[in-house]
Design a protein around this ligand. Structure first.
Ligand code: NG6
Ligand code: CA
Length: 511
């Protein structure tokens, strides 16, 4: 009898712990697109091409109309997503150069280390662009430390910077993959020899011409930012990146299907140089930019299918987001502008990449957790920076006082819990070194342009700086395009938001 009741208790406790595991320790896959705008998916209104898999994800989950990334360039958004702290609080968090040291110091608490502490197996696969190595920068032929493994990831498989920057090699955990020690990799800022071919000296050999910058070392017929030599066997083809991210991710999911895992799937689509795999080239009438979005959609589909196949779809929370808004000509002549037609990559919003207008940071944002999240559309304000605190809340992790300084627990909004609210306010930034801010408070939006100009205000044009007043005030409910500056007609609102933004910047913390 005693044995029986002990057994019953054991079975019951197993069931409880199974329930616990499913409720509070789902697998988490964060898919971050690169330079994808609010209007770039058919579920967000695009009609010039289709994104059926992401549309399916949205239809089975929640599609947010006020989902944001923290910045309108890549490095500060990724910094804030991982650390839960606004990037403008830390110097050196702007767009990272090819040989940048690790921007996040080893041992910094991150969303990955928090989940690791909760028993998750963690991996980042895809674009990193947060620097590697100590103050001297990356030791490309040695151990690339610190990097993701020193800030909470058990495993990484990376494009070290962004693919328009050298070098075109994969980094697996601490090493450049397939590097032949007899052919060391050299990366530098200056031309290594007089006869080193560049986008300037060998322009006629390029398979895609550059339009600004991007005219240094040539690899795979494309000239890049920065110089490098060697590492021939380690180099990849741009066309194969997306396939590789999927292959490595599906492998990671399969290996870890019995334990909870956290996968940060950092796609490079649709950043320049836009070189989708041959099978996606011409998939749309819009050129390689939209073809790359179709390729991204395929990747998302492969991850969804893998989750189904592995039987983990009901125990996996998918989050789909972007790292900044759209841009057309970002340095290569890929006809993104010429073939754009009526497509509006920023959706109804003004501005895109590099800008603090809504188009710079208001981007696609989708959550799906089959059987847990009731499908729908949400107008709650949520941001990539909030995933840290929200997932800590989900997995019942304690946040150290000095970590995740600006991450707000919006778990209820992310899961669509009845009555749950998102953020009440959010700071948007551009690249961090220009000192331009957007500040959304409810339906109000303050723009503060310390630099005196706004970049790329109309995303359908070539990049340019437009002079704007230092402060502008808009009512997003009535004027989502931020066209009617209410600074003069609403001086009190203006002062209130200016004061609050100052307070947020100087207080060092909003959590
Ligand atoms: C800019 C590059 C742009 C892009 C961007 C970073 C030039 C002229 N422009 O400096 O092409 O690489 O940096 O993009 O070099 S991000 O999405 O990774 O932030
Ligand atoms: Ca980006």
């Amino acid at each position: 009898m005693r044995l029986f009741s002990t057994l019953t208790a054991l079975v019951a406790s197993c069931l409880v712990s199974l329930g616990f595991s499913e409720e509070t320790r789902p697998n988490v896959i964060v898919i971050m697109a690169d330079d994808l705008g609010y209007g770039d998916l058919s579920c967000y209104g695009a009609t010039a091409f289709e994104t059926p898999y992401i549309d399916q994800l949205a239809a089975e989950g929640i599609r947010f109309t006020s989902g944001y990334c923290s910045a309108s360039t890549c490095t500060p958004t990724r910094y804030s997503f991982l650390t839960g702290t606004y990037a403008f609080r830390e110097k050196g968090t702007g767009i990272a150069p090819p040989s940048s040291p690790s921007i996040i110091p080893a041992g910094t608490p991150t969303i990955a280390s928090m989940l690791q502490g909760q028993g998750y197996n963690t991996a980042v696969i895809g674009k990193w662009h947060l620097g590697l190595g100590g103050p001297e920068g990356p030791d490309w032929n040695g151990d690339l430390k610190p990097g993701p493994l020193e800030m909470g990831f058990d495993h990484c498989f990376l494009l070290p910077t962004t693919n328009d920057r050298v070098p075109q090699v994969y980094v697996q955990d601490h090493r450049v993959l397939n590097l032949d020690p007899n052919d060391p990799l050299w990366v530098g800022k200056k031309k290594p020899s007089e006869d080193h071919p560049t986008g300037i000296t060998h322009r006629e050999t390029l398979k895609m011409d550059w339009s600004h910058g991007h005219n240094s070392t040539i690899h795979n017929g494309i000239s890049r930012i920065g110089f490098y030599t060697g590492g021939e066997k380690a180099r990849f083809r741009d066309e194969d990146l997306a396939d590789k991210w999927v292959e490595k991710s599906v492998e990671f999911m399969g290996k870890n299907k019995e334990e909870p895992f956290f996968l940060f799937f950092a796609s490079h689509d649709c950043h320049v140089p836009r070189i989708p795999h041959e099978r996606f080239q011409g998939a749309t009438p819009l050129g390689f930019r939209a073809d790359s979005i179709v390729q991204l959609d395929w990747c998302v589909g492969e991850l969804m299918k893998a989750a189904d196949r592995l039987g983990i779809a009901e125990n996996t929370l998918f989050v789909f987001c972007s790292d900044n808004g759209p841009v057309m000509d970002d340095g290569y002549a890929d006809e993104a502008l010429e073939k754009l037609g009526d497509h509006r990559a920023g959706g109804p919003f003004t501005g895109g990449k590099y800008s603090v207008y809504e188009g710079g940071t208001r981007t696609p944002f989708i959550t799906r957790w089959k059987g847990k999240i009731a499908p729908g559309v949400s107008d709650e304000i949520v941001a990539t920076i909030d995933l840290y605190h929200s997932l800590a809340s989900l997995t019942e992790a304690e946040l150290p006082d000095d970590a995740a300084k600006d991450s707000i627990d919006v778990l209820g909004a992310l899961l669509g819990t009845e009555g749950a609210e998102g953020r009440t306010e959010l700071v948007q930034q551009d690249n961090g070194n220009r000192g331009n801010y957007g500040f959304r408070s409810g339906d109000w939006k303050l723009q503060r342009h310390d630099s005196g100009s706004a970049r790329n205000v109309v995303v359908e044009k070539k990049l340019a700086n437009t002079k704007v007043p230092k402060f502008q005030l808009f009512n997003l409910a009535k004027d989502p395009q931020e066209k009617k500056n209410l600074a003069e007609s609403h001086p009190e609102k203006m002062e209130e938001l200016k004061t609050r933004l100052n307070e947020i910047i100087s207080s060092g913390k909003t959590r």
